[in-house]
Design a protein around this ligand. Structure first.
Ligand code: CP
Length: 355
């Protein structure tokens, strides 16, 4: 096991995030200097769920650093289709590669994978839980485009319940001084309570809004998200939520000229295409910044001995995690790892309460 896994941005200090942003900017300025930085290294991309940006930007990042890539983007073309469990897949792949990037539809999978890997594991999205490298993408974009990561008024809009990118973003930006948040969603898709806990613990101001037209008026950054159709229990529930918040020219006319619009993508129709030509619309540029952020991350995890991520104290609980979407439900050999928060036992894989 290695302590260089990026599972949750909570494990990265502000100093480490700033170090990564600085490295990403250096790579952007002189990419030729890094052309052979990872010669001979192999990145494995294990994508159990569809992806365009995360998978290809990781692959491109490693290729631009001189390394090579292996992996799958459809587990049904791997021995997963024959019933191989996660533990065995990871034990084998970690013998073939120097670093693993994994996406999976089940919460806590990257954490589970890290228990059986000899090489660093990067969480590229685990169900509706977390997506830390998207947040690094967002942070590199913010730093380059706004020139700072603090004292920002940030609007997040859409599926704040299932949107893992939003959870990771709020967790990271709440560590910076003076940031405040406007949480724009329907009551059904509001942020999980543990995210509110984090905002309160970090003394961040936040407000809850159900009007995008109103909320957009005084923001430094608007972060739009897609309604996550694949996380809904029924099509009827999805239909009731889709298209509630759509950013169009009329609503954008209320916003400041220096507000920037980010979106992790893919977009469905929550931003009309007419907005794409507005200079404030930075979501395609954001995807490119993500590649540089991921180059920086690979370098720090593989080459910087001081870049050691924080690990929380865990213990084995007498309880089983009750979250139906947690990896412990399907991979039954996993230990009942738990950590303590405010007197409660939390699942170390999915961060839901166990007791
Ligand atoms: N933002 C993001 O995660 O995009 P992909 O699903 O295409 O990787």
């Amino acid at each position: 096991m290695t302590n260089k896994n990026l599972i949750d941005l909570e494990a990265m200090s502000v100093k480490q995030i700033d170090k990564l942003v600085k490295k990403a900017k250096k790579i952007m300025q002189s990419p030729a200097d890094y052309r052979h930085a990872c010669d001979g290294k192999i990145l494995a991309t294990l994508f159990y769920e569809p992806s365009t940006r995360t998978q290809m930007s990781f692959q491109t990042a490693m290729l631009k650093l001189g390394g090579r890539t292996i992996g799958f983007d459809n587990p049904m073309n791997s021995s997963v289709a024959k019933g191989e469990n996660l533990k065995d897949t990871i034990a084998v792949i970690s013998g073939y590669s120097d670093i693993i990037a994994i996406r999976h539809p089940t919460e806590g999978t990257a954490m589970a994978a890290s228990l059986y890997s000899e090489v660093p594991v990067i969480n590229c999205g685990d169900g509706g839980h977390l997506h830390p490298t998207q947040t690094l993408t967002d942070i590199v974009t913010l730093s380059c485009e706004k020139g700072r990561l603090d004292h920002l008024k940030i609007g997040v809009c859409g599926d704040l319940l299932n949107g893992r990118t939003v959870h990771s973003l709020i967790k990271a930006l709440s560590k910076y001084e003076g940031n405040s948040f406007v949480l724009i969603s329907t009551p059904e898709l509001s942020v999980p309570i543990y995210i509110i806990d984090i905002l309160e613990k970090n003394h961040c101001r936040y407000e809850i809004s159900n009007s995008l037209a109103e909320a957009v008026k005084d923001l430094d950054m608007l972060y739009m998200t897609r309604i996550q159709r694949e996380r809904f229990g029924s099509e009827e529930d999805y239909q009731a939520q889709k298209d509630v918040f759509v950013l169009d020219k009329e609503k954008l006319s209320n916003a400041r000229e220096d507000m920037i619009i980010l979106h992790p993508l893919p977009r469905v129709n929550e931003i009309t295409v007419e907005i794409d030509d507005d200079p404030r619309a930075l979501y395609f540029k954001q995807a490119q910044y993500g590649m540089f952020g991921r180059m920086a991350l690979i370098l720090l995890l593989l080459q910087d001995e001081d870049f050691v991520l924080n690990e929380r104290d865990t213990f084995v609980s007498e309880h089983h995690c009750k979250n139906a979407r947690c990896i412990t439900q399907s991979e039954d050999y996993l230990p009942r790892r738990s950590y303590e928060k405010l007197g409660m036992q939390m699942c170390d894989f999915c961060d839901k309460r166990m007791d």
